[in-house]
Design a protein around this ligand. Structure first.
Ligand code: UD1
Length: 419
């Protein structure tokens, strides 16, 4: 069976890596038992993210194979980026004719590749490949968010929907997605987290940023209390007034703690364009070398961090302030208090577990949420099935025999699939 795995943007890599590893493990088991079908995997990188620190660094940290196909679609408006990925991906599907196309998450690459596959016309009237969506069913109910459009449309194009948390099951049922397509498997992003969280201890990130006080006179080395900040959502950083309002909400935090801020390229551009540099110390070209040691207070901006370095910074932080989706989930599993600078979340289980607090984007709410979370001592929480085995479950389902690839999409669902 030919599986085509799609990645494109930074948050895709840690979700896809465990699936690639589980496919390799499946094939290895086959060579021992000589039963079942080998899964042949083609890895396609759309090139939505192309900077070394947004892409290549993750391939090495997550031990991913090099992509077999690189589409090099790059940046652009939503329409241009999505269309460019679609145009280039169609040629690949026609050439490779996979049995299943697997898309992950909610980025433009996810929707673009699902849409191409759903409408592909193959020679001789062959049935199109199945489409599988990893991280299906999440909903913020905020249609102003580009990712929400991507989530809803992708789910309704897909034949196999792999769900990470219970809210996803409810959302898909309410939207009338046939139940037999939906599988509650857990969270592949957490598979990566659990696999690498001890390895992240060897990262030099804390030392580079001067956040570790070395051992001295019999006293063991200690990590200074610090906060970690990420902001990149267009709704938060593209409008200068909103961006400044958020920074105002961080004033008390930055006067009491060093705040490490690995800035996304979009955010870096906005800081320059809006003339907000005076809020920050540091150098975004640097990855936080010794000359950019965190001050005892204030925001230290660095460039984007690799997977292991960021994981190290996240697991040791006193508090994380973010507008990212995935970081809300990772802090839940690490037991680190998180303040989410958004009005809503598509990941309600992180709030139910008690690690995540939605602050909104007004300075008063942000200040208050930070004060509350600085007092919080949440334990590590693992939502149901966030156990490091989600990718294994997905591959077990993908490896089940397909019925004849003829007829309407509904008729080509794997015959043996039961929920
Ligand atoms: C995308 C995803 C978002 C995800 C985020 C993680 C969509 C709609 N959004 O947003 O869900 O949380 O990735 O990072 O798919 N840029 C670079 N180098 C790169 C990539 C981007 O400089 O390697 C710059 C480009 O100039 C671009 C801007 O960053 O204009 C935004 O990139 P884009 O891929 O359009 O969206 P993100 O904001 O990264």
């Amino acid at each position: 069976m030919k599986i085509m795995m799609i990645v494109g943007a930074r948050p895709n890599f840690m979700k896809a890596a465990p699936i690639l590893a589980a496919i390799a493990a499946h094939n290895q088991k086959l060579t021992k038992t000589a039963t079942g079908e080998k899964l042949v995997c083609t890895l396609v990188h759309t090139g939505q993210h192309y900077d070394a620190r947004m892409s290549d660094a993750f391939f090495s940290d997550l031990q991913m194979p090099h992509p077999d196909v690189f589409l090099g679609a790059g940046s652009g408006s939503h329409a241009v980026q999505t269309a460019e990925i679609m145009r280039r991906f169609e040629e690949v599907v026609l050439r490779e004719n996979p049995d299943v196309v697997v898309v992950v998450g909610d980025v433009n690459s996810t929707l673009a590749c699902a849409l191409v596959t759903a409408k592909i016309v193959l020679p001789g009237g062959q049935a199109r490949p199945l489409i599988a969506h990893v991280e299906a069913g999440l909903r913020s109910f905020d249609r102003a968010m580009p990712e929400e459009i991507n989530r809803v449309l992708t789910d309704h194009l897909c034949d196999l929907l792999f769900v990470t948390e219970e809210s996803g099951l409810r959302n898909l049922e309410r939207e009338g997605v046939p139940q037999e397509r939906v599988f509650f498997v857990g969270n592949t992003m957490i598979d990566s987290l659990l696999k690498y969280k001890d390895q992240a201890d060897a990262s030099p990130a804390l030392d580079r940023l001067g956040l570790r006080v070395p051992a001295e006179k019999g006293k063991p080395a200690q990590i200074k209390p610090y906060a970690l900040l990420t902001l990149h959502r267009p709704a938060n950083v593209d409008d200068p007034a909103t961006f400044q309002e958020i920074l105002a909400g961080l004033d008390e935090l930055m006067s009491s703690h060093p705040v490490v801020f690995p800035a996304h390229p979009r955010t870096q551009k906005q800081i320059e364009q809006c003339g907000l540099q005076s809020y920050f110390a540091g150098d975004t070209k640097a990855d936080g070398s010794a000359s950019h040691v965190a001050p005892s207070a204030g925001i230290l901006m660095t460039g984007p961090q690799g997977y292991l370095d960021f994981l190290c910074l996240m697991k040791n932080a006193r508090l994380v302030v973010t507008d990212s989706g995935g970081i809300q989930e990772e802090t839940t599993c690490l037991g680190v208090p998180c303040v989410t600078v958004r009005e809503n979340t598509e990941r309600p289980v992180t709030v139910e577990c008690g690690t995540n607090l939605l602050a909104g984007v007004a300075q008063g709410g942000i200040r208050e949420s930070i004060a509350r979370q600085l007092e919080a001592r949440p334990g590590q929480q693992a939502p149901y099935l966030w156990d490091g085995r989600a990718a294994e479950r997905i591959v077990e389902i993908l490896a089940r025999p397909l019925t004849a690839k003829e007829g309407a999409p509904d008729k080509i669902l794997p015959s043996a699939i039961v929920r």
